[in-house]
Design a protein around this ligand. Sequence first.
Ligand code: 2HA
Ligand code: ZN
Length: 281
Amino acid sequence: MEITEISFVRGFIRMCNDGWEQGWHERNGGNLSYRLKPEEVEEIRPFLNTNGEWKEIGTDVPKLSGEYFMVTGSGKYFRNVILDPADSTCILEIDETGSKYRICWGLVHGGRPTSELPSHLMNHEVKKDISKGKHRVIYHAHPANVIALTFVLPLTDEVFTRELWEMATECPIVFPSGIGVVGWMVPGGREIAVATSELMKQYDVAIWAHHGMFCSGEDFDLTFGLMHTVEKAAEILVKVYSMTNAKRQTITPQDFRDVARDFHVTVPEKFLYEKSSPERP
Ligand code: 2HA
Ligand code: ZN
């Protein structure tokens, strides 16, 4: 049995390639992490090296102590994952204090886990807790339409959520809790990780201004689908505002309440504010 025949490894590789094909991963852009299930750790145990050196994460994630993650490598290209996953990804273990990790498989030609490891792990820690263990995937990508909007719309959770919800009826069903927005920050460190994981307490999606997006979900399909849905809504919004500065008609706050009722989701009222004008906010 090859490690690439194991179901979660195949799912991870497929998601990297799907993201590449969408055009969300220029050069080494973006990163993906997956928290293994206990039975998956047993499945891959024959492949694991447990003599790796413990290294600092750069932040503390005590609620993830002892967990295993599959993650993309720093400086590695999503485009190459499908060709040689052992070169561009790794499986790592978190130590008992939640401050260190060691590589147990992969990155066979050297390298480190994703430069956004602090953000990934802090998001995982928040989501593991809030979802009672259900969320396992954190995905960071650079989709062009969402990024474009961060130059044009006010950088608030309310405006981004409402404007994107209005672009497709399914949006409030796919991301009913809304979207958080982080103003421009230096990527890769603890500070942006803290800001993002704070938003992940409320939302499954966080936008980094002039950079990209983070999504959290239970599995690869749901998390990829979430990124895809938000970016599709952003693409429609870019088209709308490229044609006109004011919508002629749209989905109204009462329409959202009606959808929420019939589809059994809760949409926070803070996103259903009255607008003073149909023009671009
Ligand atoms: O290059 O996307 O945010 C990887 C990244 C950093
Ligand atoms: Zn990035």
